[in-house]
Design a protein around this ligand. Structure first.
Ligand SMILES: Nc1nc2c(ncn2[C@@H]2O[C@H](COP(=O)(O)OP(=O)(O)OP(=O)(O)O)[C@@H](O)[C@H]2O)c(=O)[nH]1
Ligand SMILES: [Mg+2]
Length: 450
């Protein structure tokens, strides 16, 4: 999918060197660190930042002891993962509830497009959305947003011909309903000029937004950090949306520079279409960049770092209690799609060979690996109500979900069937009291063999 392709492939090349090595010694670490540095600089990451990261990798790889049971080779991979994670900052939480969102930014950064993408995003989460056109500078801004609203299928408010954005904002606030996510598109300028600052401040006062997202074009590279800081100092922003991350060689520079300012990155835009918007999740982003998931050794590391014992326990506990819905199924599948996890879990129990248990193992692992991606897309098109209570998904809901996710009703039905099968297997497992006692005991003692 094009996001930071160059950076990704050179980082993966670097990791391969580590994984193929028979011995991790100083000369290898030095070589890896040089590769890493070159890759970061090429992605426009600030020189000082790149140096800091690579120095940390070198120091930790050579002087820290790997945790018990982990080879030095895996440890080096893990150190690289952790240091890259520190480069892209913390996760900015997206609140899935009615709220007012203001988009600000300079000309052509992607504000209007992003307004449409956000409308689609929140609609898919089962929320009602209203799009408001407060851009009174760009001639066709009103029509552009109106069209996007139509495409997404959400209401639109604008006042064609009105020259004062404040008047539109005031009217929109009056007309919006408390259960809506109201998204305000605003005017850009060539630069952060005094009249833009004043306009944003006035709109902020009228709208009283929960979020002010600065929309920034990632192709400007590390300049994005300076812009984020300037906007923050002038008007206060609650987060950044980086657009055009697809095909931008400088995206790494933009991401890291914005992260360093402390402004959280809420979403990234990865294409021109309405669906090309992703909530920014640093862990997922870096894992994907490093190609973790392709390579088994890396998966081991990803598991160590990402699936804490606590998370695995929680997933198990959910299986053991009666509550089991689609969200749980998805999480359990994600956990158990990591190679060997469920096998190790179950083989640590003396009941591994009991009838029924082997089935669970197989169906989990097969289903997880083959269907996980498709399931995710389908579930993204479900409302919260449906995820929590899959029994209500029938007839027209199935059609709507299939259409929304670009799959077929058969795919949706297959997912529901998988869910029912798993739920039944859970029940059988719960019915086996002796096994349940053992599982509970293992959970209590934290003795999962992880
Ligand atoms: N490839 C790519 N193009 C994008 C992305 N986001 C926006 N664009 C394109 O960037 C251009 C500008 O987008 P707009 O949404 O009109 O930008 P704007 O900030 O509203 O611009 P003004 O209203 O003129 O200030 C359009 O051609 C969009 O299709 C993205 O994530 N990827
Ligand atoms: Mg616009």
């Amino acid at each position: 999918m094009g996001v930071l392709q160059d950076l990704g492939s050179s980082l993966r090349g670097t990791l391969k060197k580590v994984m193929r090595s028979t011995r991790v010694d100083e000369s290898l670490v030095k070589e890896v660190v040089r590769d890493l540095q070159r890759a970061l600089l090429r992605a426009d990451v600030d020189v000082h930042l790149a140096l800091r990261i690579t120095k940390n990798v070198e120091r930790r790889a050579l002087s820290e002891e790997p945790p018990p049971g982990m080879s030095r080779r895996d440890f080096v991979v893990r150190v690289i993962y952790e240091e890259l994670l520190s480069l892209v900052g913390e996760r900015k939480e997206i609140h899935l509830k009615p709220q007012r969102i203001m988009l600000v930014g300079l000309y052509g950064q992607g504000k209007t497009t992003t307004a449409g993408k956000l409308a689609r995003f929140f609609t898919r989460k089962g929320l009602s959305v209203l799009l408001v056109a407060c851009d009174v500078h760009r001639p066709a801004a009103h029509e552009q947003l109106e069209q996007l609203a139509e495409q997404v299928g959400v209401p639109f408010f604008g006042m064609k011909g009105e020259r004062d954005a404040r008047v539109i904002a005031r009217e929109a606030v009056k007309r919006s309903r408390p259960n809506q996510v109201v998204i305000f598109d605003t005017s850009g300028r060539h630069a952060l000029e005094e009249d833009l600052i004043q306009e944003i401040k006035d709109l902020k006062e009228i709208i009283d937004p929960h979020e002010i997202f600065l929309v920034l074009d990632a192709t400007i590279g590390q300049q994005a950090g300076k812009q984020a800081k300037a906007f923050h100092d002038a008007v206060g922003i609650t987060g950044v949306i980086l657009t055009k991350m697809d095909g931008s060689a400088k995206g790494g520079g933009a991401l890291s520079a914005v992260a360093q300012t402390g402004a959280g990155i809420a979403f990234i835009g990865v294409g021109e279409h309405l669906e090309d918007l992703e909530p920014f999740d640093p862990k997922r982003f870096i894992s994907r960049l490093l190609g973790m998931g392709d390579l088994e050794t890396l998966m081991e590391v990803a598991r160590e770092v990402e699936v804490s014992e606590e998370e695995a326990e929680r997933a198990m506990e959910r299986m053991l209690t009666g509550r089991f819905n689609l969200k749980d199924m998805y999480e359990v599948m994600v956990q158990f799609s990591k190679p060997g996890l469920l096998k190790r879990l179950l083989s640590s129990l003396p009941f591994f060979s009991m009838p029924g248990v082997g089935d669970i193992d197989d169906s989990f692992i097969d289903a997880s690996q083959q269907n996980l991606r498709k399931y995710r897309v389908i579930m993204d098109s479900m409302t919260y109500e449906e995820l929590e209570n899959p029994e209500i998904i029938k007839g027209r809901r199935i059609e709507r979900i299939a259409r929304g996710s670009g799959t077929s009703p058969e795919d949706v039905k297959a997912l529901l069937k998988q869910y029912r099968t798993m739920k039944k297997q859970m029940k059988q497992m719960r019915g086996n009291r002796k096994m349940m006692r053992m599982l509970r005991k293992h959970l209590r003692e934290g003795d999962l063999g992880l």
